[in-house]
Design a protein. Structure first.
Length: 495
């Protein structure tokens, strides 16, 4: 460690965000450009280089965090990039999008603010691109084996890159017109500008990965035909079966799923549309669901010029500090967090019905009511207790011209025919069943990511992609030198 007393002498300092009034007028990333590098070496110095680094265990990728913290503190950026990329194909994605369970597992976090691991990670990744430390790595020779990867989210891309680098000929099939999955059309531009995604795609093309966009496997090409064409198939379609809200009035116009709304806003940023047909401009917006997708809808609606935006969370408002009885260190605690979108809604007073930052906690939707034309106009809710029982006399009515449902996902969708055409077995949760080698019940077909694990974090998605690649490589070659950071049955640390 460069400074044995760094964690004692230096306070935590996060990457500063741009002023709210400035950033809500554009779709650029919320952070101040160039403001991270001047502070990041001292922040990396806060790493204790502890004997048992629980940050490793908290991250499914097994990132070598103390090693690259030490290298950044010494400003050895090339070596830091090498150590970071040894375990993570896409650190510029995780450094922007992951909620950083590694920081919850930081030993320093027992009684002090954790090391800014996520900020150090993204600083290394961005510096690596700026300095040319991430050239394409095509294989020395080809194996003669072919692999189809269905889905181009973080799992599919990680699996494809690993298998391409191992010498197999890989084609990625994506139903949308552009590569990236939810990173392309689900993640708003202000959280991750798509230039970061484009750079990786070009790197993968240069390495030999082939991309087939606008192709729905099961409809545009038969799933059985695809299986017959390739030596192995990896299903990484994600969990696209969104959860519904079965309450009276759900059929009214103006009530949409979050993943119907967010892609349109992203297409505006891509230049495909001038204005989203679901734009929140001038409308009273209510978002049902308190997770990250709901926060993405919130930030998007604010930028579109909504008249008001309120987000409903069925859970009670968590405290500011870790509850050691419920979420002991080093598990990821449920605490009150203020995302960039919530900070914007708070400062702009975008949700007059909410107490502070656009969220109404412990709120359950009872029904929707509409006008004579069949369009939603209001949402009726009630406060609930910890057991989700209604609290007497707590009913409220919110104006709502646009309602967005951000209730999560239950597994892979069935509408394209992929699951049924291959005869894939599902587990009781509705996700793809697989064995300890990521293999499905169909020989040569493997499943990874949210389609098999269920809805999870981007670090788990990339870890799944790396691990399934090792399993496929063993299937095709008899053995594999590819890293396999997790098994299909691993789960995040919990109490």
């Amino acid at each position: 460690m460069a400074d044995p007393k760094g964690f004692m002498n230096t306070s935590r300092q996060d990457w500063p965000r741009r002023p709210v009034e400035e950033r809500v007028r554009d779709w650029d990333e919320v952070y101040v450009p160039g403001a991270l590098l001047p502070i990041i070496s001292k922040q990396a110095d806060r790493c204790m280089d502890c004997g048992i680094p629980f940050c490793h265990e908290a991250c499914p990728l097994g990132n070598l965090i103390p090693e690259w913290n030490d290298l950044v503190s010494r400003e050895d950026w090339r070596a830091a990039s090498d150590r970071l990329h040894a375990t993570n194909n896409f650190p510029e994605f995780t450094g922007r999008l992951c909620p950083a369970p590694c920081e919850a597992g930081c030993v320093l976090a027992i009684n002090q603010p954790a090391v800014t691991i996520k900020n150090v990670e993204v600083a290394i990744a961005d510096r690596a691109w700026a300095e040319g430390f991430t050239p394409p790595r095509p294989p020395d020779r080809l194996s003669g084996k072919t692999v189809a990867v269905i889905g181009s989210g973080p799992t599919g891309l990680a699996a494809a890159q690993q298998l391409t680098r191992a010498g197999h000929t890989v084609a990625v099939y994506e139903k949308d017109d552009r590569i990236g999955g939810l990173m392309r059309y689900g993640i708003p531009e202000f959280k991750m500008e798509k230039v970061h995604l484009e750079r990786r795609i070009e790197q993968m093309r240069a390495e030999g990965t082939r991309f087939r966009t606008g192709t729905v496997v099961g409809r545009d090409i038969g799933a059985a035909d695809l299986r017959a064409r390739y030596d192995a198939v990896v299903i990484a379609t994600g969990a696209t079966a969104w959860r519904e809200l079965p309450v009276p009035g759900r059929e009214l116009a103006g009530i949409h799923q979050a993943m119907e709304y967010l892609p349109l806003a992203n297409r505006v940023c891509e230049g495909d549309l001038e204005v989203s047909p679901m734009s929140a401009a001038g409308r009273h917006v209510v978002i049902v669901g308190g997770g990250d997708t709901g926060a993405d809808c919130l930030g998007t609606a604010v930028r579109e010029g909504a008249a008001s935006v309120t987000q409903l969370d069925i859970y009670a408002q968590p405290g500011a500090d870790r509850d050691e009885d419920i979420d002991p260190w080093p598990t990821y605690p449920k605490i009150y967090r203020l995302s960039a979108a919530h900070e914007e809604a708070r400062d702009l007073r975008s949700a007059p019905a909410a107490d502070a930052d656009a969220r109404l906690f412990a709120a359950s939707t009872l029904r929707f009511t509409g006008d004579e034309g069949g369009h939603v106009r209001s949402l009726h809710l009630v406060e609930v207790d910890a057991a989700r029982r209604p609290v007497a006399g707590s009913g409220r009515v919110l104006p709502a011209d646009l309602v967005l449902l951000a209730l999560g996902f239950s597994g892979p969708g069935r509408e394209d025919g992929l699951v049924d055409q291959l005869g894939l077995t599902l587990d009781p949760r509705g996700t793809l069943a697989r064995d300890g080698d990521f293999a499905t019940n169909v020989p040569g077909v493997f499943a990874a990511g949210d389609a098999a694990r269920g809805q999870s974090l981007i670090v788990w998605a990339i870890a799944e992609g790396r691990a399934v690649a090792a399993a496929v490589d063993r299937h095709l070659s008899g053995r594999s030198h590819l890293p396999s950071p997790i098994t299909p049955h691993d789960r995040p640390m919990s109490a």
